[in-house]
Design a protein around this ligand. Structure first.
Ligand code: GTP
Ligand code: MG
Length: 211
């Protein structure tokens, strides 16, 4: 399939039926592995849920908030009818104010899911354009590299930085990403506010899910 076909297919798929399926507070609550999955990972407040909403063109499909720690379970969304693939919104890696045992529980849940899910086709590792890669992002990337889980690094909130700053962050992030065995060597600069990078990311998701 050529690139144009793929982007048109992605556009159509994301404009069609997309529905919340279920929330899984633990691995025993995961839905049956019956479709390819693409999961959103990243620090709390980086914009995972907002990006899912922007990709699906729905304002309130995934719940977002100004306060870090909004998403506390693995949330599964069915894309396409008949079911074509699933998007998985996940809790953030944690933040200073959250109770330690809660953060630990989220971290175990996210890591166990990422490492062990057979139908997971790609993880999206979201990085705030204003902050770049932080130690906790590198820990997650190390884990994905070790588990050979393919991932894309996605810069979020691109509308919040000046173009020169964004270019600089893109360059250093790409340099680091290229050295990582399981990372896809294509970076995305996105904004859930302006829609920047959203069509390109839709195409990459459809390509990753091979649907
Ligand atoms: P947790 O579920 O707590 O881990 O957070 P999250 O990563 O899902 O972040 P969420 O999508 O809830 O967004 C956090 C805050 O950032 C909200 O106030 C969003 O409105 C804001 N935000 C998200 N994406 C963007 C963006 O592209 N641009 C701007 N300006 N704000 C954004
Ligand atoms: Mg969230």
């Amino acid at each position: 399939m050529d690139d144009l076909d793929l982007s048109e297919r992605a556009r159509k798929l994301f404009a069609g039926p997309i529905d919340f399926l279920k929330s899984a507070p633990g691995l025993e609550f995961l839905p049956d592995a019956e479709a390819p999955e693409v999961a959103f990972a990243g620090r709390s407040n980086v914009g995972k849920s907002s990006l899912l909403n922007a990709l699906t063109n729905r304002k309130t499909l995934a719940r977002t908030s100004n306060t870090p720690g909004r998403t506390q379970e693995l949330n599964f969304f069915d894309v396409g009818q008949p079911l074509t693939m699933r998007l998985v919104d996940m809790p953030g890696y944690g933040f200073a104010e959250a109770p330690k045992d809660m953060v630990k529980r989220w971290r175990f849940l996210v890591n166990d899911y990422l490492r062990g899910r057979q139908v997971l086709k790609r993880a999206l590792v979201l990085i705030d354009s204003r902050h770049g890669l932080k130690p906790v992002d590198r820990e997650v990337m190390d884990m994905l590299d070790e588990a050979a889980v393919s991932y894309h690094v996605v810069l979020t909130k691109a509308d919040k930085v000046k173009p020169t700053e964004l270019d600089a962050t893109l360059a250093v992030t790409l340099e680091e990403t290229m050295k990582r065995p399981a990372a896809h060597p294509q970076l995305f600069a996105t904004s859930s506010e302006t829609g920047r990078g959203i069509p390109e990311l839709r195409t990459a998701i459809v390509e990753a899910a091979a649907v």
